[in-house]
Design a protein around this ligand. Structure first.
Ligand code: NDP
Length: 459
């Protein structure tokens, strides 16, 4: 892959939240990993920052993970003031870059689309690679249009649709767990599985991100972008290899078979409340929020996968902000055994497998003979702590980008499928066919099925 290596990484949107909070620390983790090769870093944004101000942003972000490689990058980095929607400014920016260049769009999705349109009018340097952040497009039509535009500009191998969940080591653990163990994969099918929950609940509220979040909401921000990819990894057929074509193909295939039950969807937003020692104002009163947009901070959808393996199994995806407990996991609930030998008593419920992202653990809840009376069944958990990957999720993403390996980026068809799956729900919500519920910040979220998600996994 040497020929595909990136020499210069240009971050468009250098002054933004993603850049300082996730991208630059991710780059530091990649640079410290020992697998990094020299790279030049350029920051571009429309503000009036100077080289020194940019270098101080980079220095702060690299601070907790210093390495000789990051020192070199810091010493040589530069800032270029650029309106990324202006073809003349982009031409000058590209002309100033050395060797094979990657443009990382750390920009709001609508600006990314405009920047791509501006780029499409220019002669592009050989080997130019584009890394596009999630959400890819702002709806199904815009994602399709963006894909068609990008196809006219560059080959697919030079397009990285970033979703950092694919770089999370616990998410990637699904591949090893499913495809390197005979004990799980044969059971991953409708005769054996009752239901699957994929939950990403946060205790954080809006965190001053109204500009982006109030136009996205939990369904687009988390379910459309991230959780559907987790679903795809958890349910796809075994790929022959993890090479880009095999992995993306297997993910696209299962997503094509996936459909939402719009009537079973739920949306809600938090009212004022307390989380630990923090008081959270109501979402509708957060600065920058337009309450009339009815943006949800909690979304829950139930999906069906219409294929031989999964027909009849409900997949419940849920994500919420401002909740009392952070829960980020995949819960697989197995079916009860067809017959319990007469003489065994107790009803502890079925076996469950839980893969948690935070803390990174794997729990297998088995039904075993109890401690006292050996004929009374109890649940017993086998727990493994999963080791963190060497790189942060963004470190993996940037490593793949730097090394020209698009395995962990999202295929164009996968990005469109994710939008296709949520579109009927978005339309039903916009038409007010599903009520917008309320939950106090710090609570478990909305009642019934949502509270089941927050419970101690008793299915
Ligand atoms: P921000 O709004 O914080 O940053 C965007 C940056 O782009 C700002 O510095 C902004 O400058 C700049 N910008 C906007 N328009 C232009 C333009 N025409 N020319 C040059 N620069 C411009 O957004 P985020 O960093 O939060 O998000 C960026 C992307 O990353 C989004 O797609 C988001 O979905 C994604 N993402 C963000 C995450 C996060 O935690 N922040 C997590 C995962 C993904 P100005 O301030 O002047 O507007």
């Amino acid at each position: 892959m040497t020929a595909d290596r990136i020499d210069t990484l240009v971050i468009l949107g250098a002054g933004g939240d993603l850049t300082s909070r996730l991208l630059l620390p991710g780059l530091a983790s990649y640079l410290a990993s020992g697998r990094a090769h020299p790279i030049e870093l350029v920051g571009a944004d429309r503000s009036t920052e100077t080289d020194d101000q940019w270098r101080s942003i980079v220095a702060t972000a690299f601070g907790s993970n210093p390495s000789p490689a990051s020192e070199r990058v810091l010493k040589n980095t530069r800032y270029v003031r650029t309106d990324v929607t202006d073809p003349t400014a982009l031409t000058a920016l590209l002309a100033s870059c050395r060797g094979r260049t990657a443009l990382y769009f750390a920009l709001p999705p609508a600006i990314t689309e405009l920047a791509c349109r501006a780029l499409s009018t220019l002669p592009l340097p050989p080997g130019l690679t584009l890394a596009l952040e999630k959400p890819f497009g702002t709806d199904l039509d815009s994602a399709r249009a963006l894909n068609r535009l990008l196809e006219t500009m560059l080959p697919e191998q030079q397009l990285f649709r970033v979703d950092h969940f694919l770089g999370k080591s616990t998410v990637l653990n699904l591949l090893g767990l499913r495809f390197a163990n005979r004990i799980f994969e044969p059971l991953f099918s409708s005769p054996n599985i009752e239901r699957v929950d994929i939950v990403f609940d946060e205790t954080l509220g809006l965190e001053n991100r109204a500009g982006y979040y109030d136009r996205a909401g939990a369904l687009i921000d988390m379910i459309q972008s991230h959780l559907l990819l987790v679903l795809a990894l958890a349910t796809m057929e075994p790929p022959a290899s993890l090479a880009e074509g095999d992995l993306r193909g297997a993910m696209a295939q299962v997503l094509r078979a996936t459909h939402a039950d719009t009537a079973a969807s739920r949306r809600a937003r938090y009212t004022a409340g307390r989380i630990g020692d923090r008081e959270l104002p109501a979402y509708a009163e957060e600065p920058g929020v337009d309450p009339a947009r009815n943006t949800e901070t909690l979304a829950e959808v139930t999906l069906a996968i219409d294929n031989w393996r999964w027909a009849g199994v409900p997949f419940r995806l849920r994500s919420g902000k401002g909740l009392g407990v952070a829960r980020q996991d995949i819960l697989v609930v197995f079916k009860e055994v067809p017959h319990l030998p007469t003489g065994l008593t107790g009803a502890p419920g079925p076996s469950c497998l839980r893969i948690s992202m935070k803390p990174a653990t794997l729990d297998l809840d088995l039904v075993l003979n109890g401690e006292g009376d050996p004929f009374t069944l109890e649940r017993t958990a086998l727990r493994a702590r999963l080791r963190d990957g060497q790189l942060s999720a963004y470190g993996e993403v940037l490593g793949g980008l730097r090394e020209g390996d698009p395995s962990l980026s999202v295929g164009g068809d996968v990005a469109e499928e994710c939008w296709r799956i949520v579109t009927p729900i978005l339309e039903a919500w916009r038409a007010n066919e599903v009520p917008l519920e309320a939950y106090p910040a710090g609570s478990e979220g909305v009642a019934a099925s949502a509270s089941r998600a927050g419970s101690e996994d008793q299915p």
